[in-house]
Unconditional design. Structure first.
Length: 695
């Protein structure tokens, strides 16, 4: 029996500007662990399944074919036309479900005799409605499938009845849709074979190798679908098995950094400790990330996890409002959550602080709390806050409660946007079947304006990316970032910066927003609302200097990057500022302000101190910022390209700088050498200077 397993398309970054190396890395990191586990089980039975990665196919389409008018579905159809299989098994996820169904229908059209099966989190919960609406689908395998898929393949190859195969929904001989009882859970995950990564070549390019750590979360958050999917039965692979798998990856691919897949790793503290201790005893230097709840982890455990190589934790905080925490049955103590993010920061563990807005009962007050939680977490350099708008996932309590009143926004692309471009056909399918594609809809929001919510989200995400510290400063200064956002909105409109729905996201993602917003802060917010104008002016001037009028024009050209370390510093050398370096004067101590922001100390009493910074952009445009000592400032002022070292030293002798026991000449030369090592200045020899003047 020939089986083809096909991944769900999930990669949003695969556009044509991405080079092959980066695309392969991304695709490798998105390796579909579920179907690779199934492929391994089928191989263990002696079959030779094939795995097709729709992300790779999509990337190839973007590279070669999308410009000649072929749509992706036809491109995928052409790909499958020449491939004969008895079973085509598609994995599904809500965000790309319409596309998956269209490709599945195309494959059925090309191979009418083949069985088209679906599996994965989306098809599992909308099995009957999908099969009713889309006749191309023959079977849905629900839930975990390591037991049911091989049983199904056996029955199909022997011609036995499907009635006895647990976990499947199928059409019987009369064309009726039959839903068999659920399959038993896979309780012993150690007994599963190592996933068939050898069928997924891109995995060798990934930086963080995805390995399954376990399944099942016992909690009951009302928006979550994955808890019920794994029937809330918490399971972990044993430490010995995990370490053996990690070791195998290291031996095979030379990769020792891992993304350990589990919805909620830290349910059982004792078992987390066992895993970490086993890792420490193994002597392996693996690094890894996983997920946790902030109420199922403590500082001591975080310290142990850090020692055992943990470098990243995903925290689903969801809402910054205490009231909403109760309503959505998340039940986190938010003070605790902040403390846990802080503990991770202390041990250099990066945290994804995942927040959501747009819950049906959410009020403006709740939204302010969530925005505040988002911005407050920026105090921690290792925290990466995320904000998404609730999508009602099929069969979740929230979706079931509101299924009669789901709203299909005109702005569908935004609601459903997971990076996957929605085509016209997808829109039609979504509009026709809200029960199948509920995640593209929104729940009614009686207390909030959806447009406001969407713009606030774009504003926060973009501001965090472009000027993290200024955003934090504005929040601390005003006491409420949403207030600042409302002032900005008003200013934006009165300055003619008006955009239609679709343009909003583009505006916030492009260069115009930062420049406009800095202008707003300088000309409107600071004069009329700031309680700490000096600190805010310093923050905004810092960001303006970093941004420049045209940051692209300011970066060093690759040919200009100075590599004159070997050139001797001689009296005739003429030091000059390196290309891409800019000296900025600020009215207060920027570092001190950052320190105060981290500690939530007042900003209004910052002393006026002139501070100079050197901003150096490399060839990629990345900026390195250095606070300059008065000595460096003095020397940089002299290093303007026309004076020789000898002349600079002579001028410097007249200056006020003194270090006991060090002559002014030595101090000057040492200072120049340090600036050179910091790549702030470079040396032009006298001969090359003359050449420059001539030309
Ligand atoms: C890792 C992960 C990701 C990764 C990528 C995963 C990938 N390989 O592409 C990233 C971070 C990119 C991601 C993104 C998103 N994700 Co995600 N993700 C996960 C996560 C945590 C693990 C997936 C995994 O490996 N599971 C372990 C394997 C063993 O389980 P499995 O994949 O379900 O496979 C088993 C069964 O489903 C079945 N099966 C699966 N496929 C098939 C196919 C056939 C033919 C058969 C017979 C059986 C079968 O058998 C497998 C073995 O038992 C899951 C939650 C979870 N624990 O599963 C969410 C999850 C899949 N994600 C989810 C969502 C919503 C998203 C996003 C839409 C979120 C967002 N708002 O942006 C995006 C979509 C991205 C996009 N561009 O479309 C939801 C999906 C819900 C749904 N109804 O579809 C889940 C379930 C989490 C949740 N919140 O409920 N995700
Ligand atoms: S803790 Fe996370 S995985 Fe568990 S039910 Fe809540 S959202 Fe889902």
């Amino acid at each position: 029996m020939k089986v083809c397993l096909i991944s769900a398309p999930t990669a949003n970054q695969l556009n044509q500007s991405l080079d092959e190396a980066n695309a392969s890395r991304i695709m490798g990191e998105l390796a579909p662990v579920g179907i690779l586990s199934l492929a391994a089980v089928l191989e263990a039975k002696g079959l030779q399944p094939e795995v097709v990665d729709l992300n790779r196919l999509y990337y190839e389409w973007r590279q070669h074919s999308h410009r000649n008018g072929t749509d992706f579905c036809s491109f995928a159809g052409d790909y499958f036309a020449g491939r004969d299989f008895d079973v085509f098994g598609f994995s599904t996820v809500c965000s790309s479900y319409p596309l998956t169904l269209r490709i599945a229908a195309a494959v059925k059209h090309l191979h009418p005799g083949a069985v088209i099966a679906l599996g994965g989190p989306q098809a599992s919960v909308v099995d009957i409605s999908t099969m009713l609406a889309y006749p191309a689908i023959d079977i849905v395998v629900r839930g975990e499938a390591e037991q049911s898929l091989p049983d199904l393949v056996d029955a199909l190859s022997t011609g036995n009845s499907l009635a006895a195969i647990s976990g499947i929904t199928f059409r019987n001989d009369h064309g009726e849709i039959v839903r068999n009882p659920d399959a038993p859970l896979i309780l012993d995950l150690d007994a599963l074979p190592f996933p068939a990564f050898h069928l997924f070549p891109d995995v060798r390019f990934c930086h963080h190798f995805p390995l399954e750590l376990g399944r099942g979360c016992p909690f009951a958050c009302t928006f979550c679908s994955t808890n019920d999917f794994f029937r809330r039965r918490f399971r972990l692979k044993s430490p010995a098995q995990m370490i053996a798998d990690m070791h195998r990856v290291k031996q095979t691919y030379g990769i020792n950094s891992f993304e350990l897949v589990h919805d909620m790793f830290t349910v059982d503290r004792k078992r987390v400790v066992e895993f970490c201790e086993a890792l420490l005893q193994s002597g392996e230097e693996f690094t890894w990330g996983s997920s946790a709840r902030t109420d199922c982890i403590d500082e001591e455990l975080i310290a142990l996890m850090a020692r055992a190589g943990c470098r990243g934790i995903f925290f689903g905080i969801e809402s910054g409002s205490r009231r909403m925490q109760k309503i959505i049955d998340k039940g986190l103590d938010l003070d605790d959550s902040v403390a846990r993010v802080g503990s991770c920061d202390k041990f250099n563990i990066s945290t994804a602080v995942s927040l959501m807005a747009g819950f049906p009962d959410e009020t403006m007050h709740d939204l302010r709390d969530t925005a505040a939680f988002f911005v407050d977490s920026l105090r921690y350099d290792h925290a990466d806050p995320q904000l998404s708008i609730l999508a009602p996932l099929a069969d979740t309590p929230i979706q079931k409660q509101h299924k009669a009143s789901l709203v299909l926004d005109d702005d569908v692309a935004d609601m459903s946007y997971r990076g996957w471009r929605q085509e016209q056909q997808d829109h039609a399918m979504i509009a026709e079947h809200p029960e199948i594609f509920s995640s593209f809809y929104s729940v009614p929001l009686p207390h909030l304006e959806r447009e406001f919510l969407k713009e606030l989200r774009d504003f926060l995400l973009s501001s965090m990316r472009v000027f993290r510290r200024l955003l934090l400063g504005l929040h601390q200064d005003s006491g409420d970032i949403v207030d600042v956002f409302q002032q900005w909105q008003k200013w934006r409109v009165s300055n003619g910066l008006i955009f239609s729905n679709g343009d909003r996201t583009v505006y916030y993602a492009c260069n115009n927003f930062p420049a406009d917003f800095l202008r707003f802060v300088q000309t409107q917010y600071i004069p009329t609302a700031s309680k700490a104008p000096l600190a805010m002016t310093t923050l905004v001037e810092y960001e303006a200097a970093l941004l420049g009028n045209d940051p692209a024009a300011e970066k060093a050209h690759p040919d200009e990057v100075v590599t004159d370390h070997d050139e001797l510093l001689v009296p005739e050398s003429r030091p000059q500022l390196c290309p891409g370096v800019k000296i900025v004067e600020l009215p207060a101590d920027y570092q001190e302000i950052v320190q105060r922001l981290r500690q939530q100390s007042p900003l209004h009493d910052m002393p006026v101190t002139q501070v100079n910074l050197a901003i150096r952009r490399d060839a990629t445009g990345a900026a390195e910022v250095r606070q300059l000592s008065p000595l460096s400032v003095e020397l940089l002022g002299l290093c303007e390209g026309s004076l020789t070292v000898e002349e600079i030293t002579a001028i410097f002798r007249q200056s006020k700088f003194e270090v006991p026991g060090v002559s002014a000449d030595k101090l000057c030369l040492a200072g120049i050498e340090i600036l050179r090592q910091q790549q702030l200045i470079s040396l032009a020899s006298d001969a090359s200077y003359r050449q420059q003047i001539k030309t």
